[in-house]
Design a binder for this molecule. Sequence first.
Ligand SMILES: [Zn+2]
Length: 301
Amino acid sequence: MIRVLRLLSLLSLLEGVALAKEVHVVATVPTLAALASEVVGDHGEVISLALHTQDPHFVDARPNLALALSRADLLVLTGLGLEVGWLPTLLTGSRNGRIQPGSVGYLDASRHVQVLQIPTSAVDRSMGDIHPGGNPHYHLDPRAARPVVVALAERLGTLDPEHAGDYQLNAKLFLVELDAAIARWQEQAQPLRGIPVIDLHRSWPYVADWLGFEIVADIEPKPGVPPTPRHVLAVIGLARERGVGLVIQESWLPSNVSRTVAEKSGARLLILDAQADFRGGQTYVQHVDALVSALVAGVTP
Ligand SMILES: [Zn+2]
């Protein structure tokens, strides 16, 4: 009898395992994956298509990424054209109707964010400006992380109503942690207020807006366009004139021109991780922690 009961409980346990639906979330970039995993908790798996060391504008559309997308219940992307060079091919290759644009499994996070630098005149991507819909680099701004997390909780609840309450709770708990971190970061970043900074690619306006530093020039004349020697000289001239002490860039871009600008203008060059090391286990809060600490160290004598 006991054996039969054991067998029955084992069977119901197995059945329970089979019934417990795992939600599969695919994010295009690691920082969005880090945010999604806060909300998903233990109800599924989250993966990122791009590595944190990869330029998110240019990712190889490899078959293994299409395979990952073929299993996804939810795709979360940056939007604003950041992934336009590689995601459409992968989406077609995935043959997954659940995550195509317009379906409930397609979440364009930029729709929930206050977008900066929306062009007022027509922009031609063929001429090299890779930010035609406004600046897509909001990942590092925790003020943008908040609405993205709220949107993720809502969408996951629609896809998996059984756990909708858990997604809401996970989001709320994360936002409490985030708010405390934001207060801490803003205090820590006081030395950055008002200082002039030069960046290489236009990835930093959200962070500058949040922490109160001023980006006086971009080494790239337009996003994605390499600078001419004349433009580099103009940037160096401006750096000297404005007393720029900091040149910043993402780790995935070549640093030779930034280094020249920094050396010629007596500034420090900071090479920063602009995406969370999600595969390495870094959380969103740890990621922004590292960024704020690096920026503050960059202006500390
Ligand atoms: Zn960009």
